[in-house]
Design a protein around this ligand. Structure first.
Ligand code: SF4
Length: 333
């Protein structure tokens, strides 16, 4: 977990971000509808802080991450990084941003060029950004391998020669190569065995402390983000439905969706089965979202007004609310 700097200016500030993908229909492929993958999300991350972003598959969290790195061009809203508006940067204007914001992917095999040696893969960022000569790059590659716990001989080997956990270490080494300020970790341990997961999580925590990194840590599993997140935001169908300090979200979740996610975390004590709040059905399509509160068809506490009115993410007013705790639900007006 990072050192949260409560009053520090945010490193990243996302304001009312929208990413609506046009959906082509009919024989003339006209745009009739939009996939509202991200639909009005606001969040912020301080230097050295980790924000966990949690939701089921298809809720828009990876799309949000790709908007922040500007792999996607957002269709609305604003992204401020280090005080600069990066929402509409294009072409060469994006180059400095590629140094400062990096991504770690779920499957490093997809992002690592299998025909290149690890040494070449780790040298590539320096070549693209014209940093150092060949000798300096080779030295830095060996440093990066040591930082992520891989032997120097890894430099001459190919990605397929490594295990999943080792490949993720290579992905992390590439992500930190240019000394970024922010890393978008998109489900970085989801494809790994549980024992390897904790090793990778510990590596990320150590790197954060050493280099004062900020993380947007995307996961579908609340248990994964619990130990690394200063704050946690819960996303459902393109919108944030709850946000607050990590421990508070885990212990005193207010939104019925968050409560369902927490209830899905395995607990060794069999008596807890009785209290489980099982989520029924899948996440609805963001092309045809339900009316009112998008969670209402699956909500165990649904009320009449939930079907026609849309709740907004607002600070929780209850006496025991923690600073920064917000929820989007008519149960907490
Ligand atoms: Fe459930 Fe209504 Fe709250 Fe939505 S607004 S989470 S449907 S109680």
């Amino acid at each position: 977990m990072g050192q949260t700097e409560g009053n520090a200016s945010p490193l990243l500030e996302v304001r009312d971000l929208r990413m609506h993908f046009p959906v082509k229909e009919g024989i003339f492929l006209r745009t009739g509808k939009y996939n509202k993958a991200v639909d009005g999300v606001s969040l912020h991350i301080a230097p050295g802080e980790t924000l966990g972003l949690v939701g089921e598959s298809g809720c828009g969290k990876s799309t949000l991450g790709r908007c922040v790195t500007r792999l996607y061009n957002p269709t609305g809203g604003q992204i401020l990084f280090d005080g600069h508006d990066i929402t509409h940067l294009k072409g060469r204007e994006l180059k400095p941003l590629r140094q400062d914001i990096q991504m770690i992917f779920q499957d490093p095999m997809e992002s690592l060029n299998s025909r290149h040696t690890v040494g070449d893969i780790l040298s590539e960022p320096f070549i693209i950004h014209k940093i150092g000569n060949r000798k300096a790059r080779q030295k830095r590659v060996l440093e990066l391998l040591e930082i992520v716990g891989l032997p120097a001989r890894s430099a001459t080997r190919y990605p397929f020669e490594f295990s999943g956990g080792q490949r993720q270490r290579i992905g992390i080494a590439r992500a930190i190569a240019l000394n970024p300020k922010l890393i978008i970790c998109d489900e970085p341990v989801s494809a790994l065995d549980v024992s390897i997961q904790s090793q990778i999580m510990n590596l990320l925590i150590d790197l954060q402390k050493e280099f004062n990194l900020s993380y947007l840590f995307i996961a579908h599993d609340l248990a994964v983000v619990k130990h690394v997140s200063d704050r946690i935001a819960i996303m459902y169908l393109g919108k944030l439905v709850e946000e607050g300090p990590g421990q508070t979200i885990y212990e005193k979740a207010r939104h019925p969706y968050t409560q369902s996610l927490i209830s899905a975390i395995p607990i060794p004590d069999p008596r807890h089965h009785l209290q489980r709040q099982v989520l029924v059905g899948d996440v609805p399509s963001p092309i045809n979202p339900p009316s009112g509160c998008a969670f209402h068809p699956r909500c165990p506490k649904v009320m009449d007004e939930c079907r026609s009115n849309t709740p907004r993410l607002l600070p929780l007013k209850e006496a025991d609310a923690e600073p920064g705790q917000q929820v989007s639900c008519f149960l907490y007006k």
